[in-house]
Design a protein around this ligand. Structure first.
Ligand SMILES: [Ca+2]
Ligand SMILES: [Ca+2]
Ligand SMILES: [Ca+2]
Length: 198
């Protein structure tokens, strides 16, 4: 009987962990993260906003530069700089970047870009170098991580186009509960099962 309880508890734990969500960085969410990031300027940093798609998850903007203003449109999120050519994209010519962190560990499986369509364009997502040729077959601007990309809680990561002009539209993201909350979830599941048995 003990074995049954443990495996049921493991099942409950697994299902509670798999809540991946499409997090929108353009302004077409209802509401989405893009709506909360829109209009944040370099002088506002550091600033923390919620990720509406995942309750409890927040993102902090640490730096935007140079002359950085986050701009989310119906197309994508980018930087609107002082001498800008594309207001909702990151432009390598102007050294545009954004540095963020999440309050919880996250696991990212897919990124959706805009205007990542020219050969030779390169986007750097938290140290992962994505070339135009790495984009998924059959799409012009979707990137699937070979293994889910993990960012630990409160770790800063920078996104930027290192070659060309590229906007970011959405990411598919799962918040990973900390080990202490996993333990609590496990204990909670066990307690519930034990109560039911009585
Ligand atoms: Ca721009
Ligand atoms: Ca796209
Ligand atoms: Ca482009």
């Amino acid at each position: 009987m003990k074995k049954t309880i443990i495996s049921l508890s493991a099942l409950a734990l697994t299902s509670s962990l798999s809540f991946g969500a499409l997090v929108r960085l353009d302004n077409t969410g209802a509401p989405g993260l893009g709506d909360n990031l829109d209009g944040i300027a370099v002088g506002d940093a550091p600033m923390t906003v919620s990720v509406p798609e995942i309750p409890g998850l927040t993102i902090t903007i640490h730096s935007l530069g140079p002359d950085g203003l986050l701009n989310a449109t119906g197309t994508s999120l980018g930087i609107n700089g002082a001498s800008d050519a594309d207001t909702d994209a990151f432009e390598s010519a102007f050294g545009q970047f954004a540095t963020f962190s999440f309050n919880q560990a996250v696991s990212i499986t897919q990124l959706d870009f805009t205007t990542f369509d020219n050969t030779g364009e390169v986007f750097n997502f938290g140290g992962v170098v994505i070339n135009n040729g790495d984009l998924s077959n059959g799409t012009t601007d979707v990137y699937d991580f070979v293994v889910p990309f993990e960012i630990t809680a409160n770790t800063q990561f920078t996104i930027q186009a290192t070659s060309g002009t590229i906007g970011i539209e959405a990411m598919t993201l799962t918040a990973v509960p900390e080990s202490s909350s996993i333990a609590l979830l496990g204990l909670g599941g066990l307690a519930t099962l034990l109560r039911r048995r009585r």
